[in-house]
Design a protein around this ligand. Sequence first.
Ligand SMILES: [Zn+2]
Length: 132
Amino acid sequence: MTAATLPRSFDDGVLHVERDTARLVGGWCPDCRKAAFPLTPVCPRCGAGTRRRLLAAHGVVYARAIINAPVTIYPAPTTIVQVDIDGVRVGGMLRNGDGRIGATVTIAPLVMDSSGEQVTAYCFDQQDPPDA
Ligand SMILES: [Zn+2]
C-alpha cells in the first residue's frame, strides 16, 4: 500500500508538501543560529542572508483563542492557536484537542478548495489528550 499523495501546497514559500506530509518552510540564520518564519531573504534580527529550512513537525501551544462563529470549513466553535516551533511562533487552526497551553501539537496537512482547485494548507493536531 502506498501513502496518499497530497495536492500541491497553497504556497510553496510557506508550506512544503511531499507525498502525505506537510512541513512549514522557515528561514535559518547562520549568524544568529536561529530560525525565522516565514522564510525571508534576510534575517529579521541581524540582516544576514538566511537559508531555507523546514521547521520541526511538532511544537508546543503558547496561546489559544476560541472563536464562536464558523471559520472557513470549521463549524463553531473553532480554536486558533499560537505554537512555538524551533523558537518561532506560528499561528493556525487547531483541528482536534482543547489547545491548552503547553500541549504538544503537530503540523497536519489540510486539503482545501481554492477557486475550484484542491490545495494543501495546514492546521494543527494536538497529540496530548485534552484536560479532563
Ligand atoms: Zn541573524
